[in-house]
Ligand binder design. Structure first.
Ligand code: SF4
Ligand code: SF4
Length: 213
């Protein structure tokens, strides 16, 4: 998937219609989010794969700033980026090449921001504020959530292996990590020494979900 990013960003210069790949990916992750939350972020996102495969070699891997975890910052970025995208699409409306180029331009802007942040902070820091990730998070509030059982001893190993530094142990009382803060990558599940983490399937409001076997 990591190769898709340079293919669209660079190849789109010669063939602007390649920008529609972004639209196809948006459609794909919205459908997937209804069943698996932000699973796309953890397993399919070309930007995420690029950051893990390439950026991780040059990243200084500093801790993510607390502001990146705050709702107001996340949603401010969402409004700015969505506003810019809607404006670009409005200007390009009626011209397929210009529309493809508008999608590609948005990918270039987010990739530029993500690389800049990922070099200084953790490689996938962008994933904690990505507007597309936020969109998946709010459209899957009760879907495939990461549950935290009473077996958790608060060792914080889960936070150390999480690409966006989410700390599942902090949600022991609540029972599960909020959808928006989890990429469903499974790193923490595989590393938890107490086997206190698992994904819940389709958690209905005010009711317990069923542990995925
Ligand atoms: S790794 Fe497991 S036991 Fe340790 S804090 Fe995280 S959930 Fe709790
Ligand atoms: S909380 Fe666990 S499953 Fe979610 S992104 Fe972090 S490491 Fe991956």
């Amino acid at each position: 998937m990591a190769l898709l990013l340079p293919l669209v960003v660079i190849g789109g210069y010669f063939c602007p219609r390649l920008g529609f790949t972004v639209l196809a990916l948006i459609t794909f992750f919205l459908v997937l989010a209804s069943k698996r939350g932000r699973f796309y972020c953890g397993w399919f996102c070309p930007m995420g794969a690029f950051h893990e495969r390439v950026l991780s070699h040059i990243s200084l891997k500093r801790s993510i700033l607390p502001v990146f975890k705050s709702s107001w910052f996340r949603w401010l970025l969402f409004i700015l980026m969505m506003g810019l995208m809607c404006f670009s699409l409005f200007v390009a409306w009626g011209d397929a090449k210009a529309l493809g180029d508008a999608f590609r331009r948005m990918w270039i802007i987010s990739t530029g921001l993500a690389i800049g942040l990922g070099v200084y902070f953790r490689p996938r820091v962008w994933c904690s504020i990505c507007p597309m990730g936020s969109l998946q998070g709010v459209s899957s509030r009760n879907t495939y959530l990461l549950s935290v059982s009473d077996d958790c001893i608060g060792c914080k190993i889960c936070q150390q292996v999480c690409p966006i530094e989410t700390y599942p142990g902090a949600y022991k009382e609540q029972g599960h990590v909020p959808s928006i803060d989890c990429l469903r990558c499974s790193n923490c599940i595989m590393n938890c020494p107490k086997k206190a983490l698992a994904f819940l399937k389709n958690l209905p409001s005010n009711a317990e979900g069923h542990l995925e076997k």
